[in-house]
Design a binder for this molecule. Structure first.
Ligand SMILES: [Zn+2]
Length: 337
């Protein structure tokens, strides 16, 4: 899949699809879709559709294998989670590694030096290439210097100047630009992001980064919100409503958070089980003690009604205030602390 702003770059690169150098280095800001572009290119290189201009066709055997993640002539190298702790332990923790290791590159070299299953290319995608540690980079270098016939390497890098100069000099660099503001905005609007312009500006113009940052903001806001809900007596509805409004959290989202929370309080009181917040038992339990489930469920219903009405309220802050005062009341009536 390509992003809409990548069409021109795609034409530039693929007009020479059958004459590409054996190692390409795609560079540019993080969050502009380089990886998606690289994968699209990998699929095109493997595609068996005769007409190059129509690749990837999405229908041939090669495309289907690629899309299913099991094309035998394709490898993707990226930092992988490492097992930690002793191997006997069934609870070995997985820790995301910061680097692509020499073991991964050795395995890759074995793959590259086999002949292709389909008699065509063997394609390797490495991202982000700056995470190759020194030993891994040196091991890769040997293969880049004397690539077996048919081997193709696509390296993706947000910070290509951090790559070994010897690696860089073995690749043809293909710089990818930030999309035009209008194109990025159109895409973010279509993705349903509210306040897209502000998020895009914060992300330095990179649309995927903007989307990710917006998600991170929402997660952090939710965590703070649940902390407040856990202490209904100390909660200040006016301050909290103002905060949610400032963070541009949508009303529908907040009603969902509230409804799930209240549902779990009621359910915990009735059946000793939790549906939506299994990790929040310690916060929910004190609330559920002495609960009046019927009252809570009535409030829960009013939340769902509010959500239906409030697609684009003129004054979100006012709605938040009403919802939160309602929550305090429902909890006050039920908690006999
Ligand atoms: Zn195909």
């Amino acid at each position: 899949m390509l992003y809409p702003w990548q069409q021109t770059e795609w034409q530039q690169l693929t007009s020479q699809l059958d004459r590409l150098p054996h190692a390409l280095l795609l560079t540019g800001e993080a969050g502009i879709g380089k990886l998606a572009f690289a994968r699209h290119l990998a699929q095109s290189l493997l595609c068996e559709q005769g007409d190059i201009a129509r690749r990837p066709c999405g229908e041939c055997d090669a495309c289907r294998w690629y899309l299913a993640g099991n094309h035998p002539d394709f490898r993707e190298l990226t930092p992988v989670a490492e097992e930690e702790g002793d191997e006997e332990s069934s609870k070995a923790k997985k820790k995301p590694s910061a680097y692509i290791t020499i073991d991964q590159v050795r395995e890759l070299n074995d793959f590259v030096n086999l002949s292709a299953h389909r008699g065509g290319r063997r394609v390797t995608l490495i991202h982000p290439a700056e995470t190759l540690n020194a030993a891994a980079a040196n091991a890769l270098l040997k293969t880049l210097e004397e690539p077996p016939a048919g081997a193709m390497f696509i390296l993706v890098s947000h910070q290509w100047r951090r790559l070994l100069p010897t690696i860089r000099s073995r690749c043809r660099r293909f710089p990818m630009a930030l999309p035009a503001q209008a194109e990025a905005m159109a895409w973010l609007d279509a993705a349903g992001l509210e306040h897209a312009e502000a998020h895009l500006a914060e992300a330095g113009g990179a649309p995927l980064a903007a989307l990710e940052r917006a998600d991170a903001t929402v997660l952090a806001a939710r965590e703070r919100f649940l902390r407040e809900l856990a202490q209904p007596r100390q909660m200040d509805p006016l301050a909290l409503a103002e905060q949610l409004d400032k963070q541009k959290i949508e009303v529908a989202r907040v009603t969902d958070w509230l409804a799930r929370w209240v549902y779990d309080v009621a359910r915990l009181g009735l059946t000793q089980s939790i549906r939506y917040h299994p990790t929040e038992a310690a916060r929910l339990q004190p609330l559920a003690e002495g609960v009046e489930p019927i009252r809570l469920m009535r409030y829960h219903d009013s939340l769902l009604a509010a959500k239906k009405l409030a697609t684009h309220p003129l004054n979100a802050r006012l709605v938040f205030e009403q919802l939160l005062f309602g929550y305090q009341q429902a909890m006050r009536a039920s908690a006999r602390q």
